[in-house]
Design a protein around this ligand. Sequence first.
Ligand SMILES: *Cc1c(COP(=O)(O)O)cnc(C)c1O
Length: 353
Amino acid sequence: MEIKITRNTNPAPKPDEDNLGFGTIFTDHMFIMNYDEMEGWHDARIVPYGPITLSPAANIFHYGSGVFEGLKAYRRKDGGIQLFRPEQNAMRMFESAKRMGMPPVPKEIFIDAVRALVDIDRDWVPHSEGASLYIRPYIIGTDPTLHVDGVREELFMVMLSPSGSYYKGGLTPVRIMLETEDVRTVRGGTGFCKCGGNYAASNRAGRRAEELGFSQVLWLDGVQRKYVEEVGAMNVMFKISGKVVTPMLYGTILPGVTRDSVIKLLKDMGYPVEERLLSMDELAEACDNGTLEEAWGTGTAAVVSPIGELRYHGKSYIINNNQIGELSQKLYDELTGIQWGDRPDRFGWTMKL
Ligand SMILES: *Cc1c(COP(=O)(O)O)cnc(C)c1O
């Protein structure tokens, strides 16, 4: 793919790597490409990072036609840069777009765009421990009409944001609240897509949980409100009597790249993994009788996030004495080791730039 490059003649100073936070600082460049029915995907370009102009009628503003992805570029100890399973994100964005009736971005275009943009802003990939360059590819519907009959014009964009380690003082267990009022999605809906609408519908519950001192909500299935699904932006896993149980993918849960990677690592370590329906009642019982040994969330941002407490109908279920579990720590160490290039990439997951 040919990408026209317009360099930023006024590059920003690099931020202090010790106070990066998440998603507030952006690099010098961004990638943009247009889609319309006449020309298909065309006009791939890298331009200085900055505001864009859209019609006030643009589809995204009214009907929410938008999908996105999240992945990272990691700085290796030898100074090189690598991506982690980017083809998985390319495929998932393809599927998300299809569900939303939006013309998808071919996998090769996605990978080329990400590689080219990270390469041009490679000095922005942080060097400090645990920090990385967060990559946000997204597609928005830009048809300049209020028609509700689908999307015929789009922008595919990629932006980059250096982000700090999710855990400032090492891994810490989080408190999670079961959400019993709102539901995130149902089968046949958009739960398996990374689309903005899912997040818009989740904000209220997230806010309520935060006000009560919890870091995120754990969603229950939208029909019986019985089976656990996932937390805000992480999949969940539970170690019960030596086995790892995780909610199965049946259209309501985001198929996380971290989830898939952790399942492969667990199987490789010899742990039995069950992907199935898992009710909160079963978890409560396992917690009460001492067989719920560990719980953790998985996602690109936090990698593996130990869960120390679940609150359900006013009752607290404390897991592993609110301590980081042995297996959670092991998975975190192994996965971050592969991502930053400190441990052997036995599964061929990394792509060097
Ligand atoms: C992105 C996301 C995840 C985690 O997916 P990864 O590919 O592991 O980062 C989990 N749940 C939701 C709702 C998400 O948006």
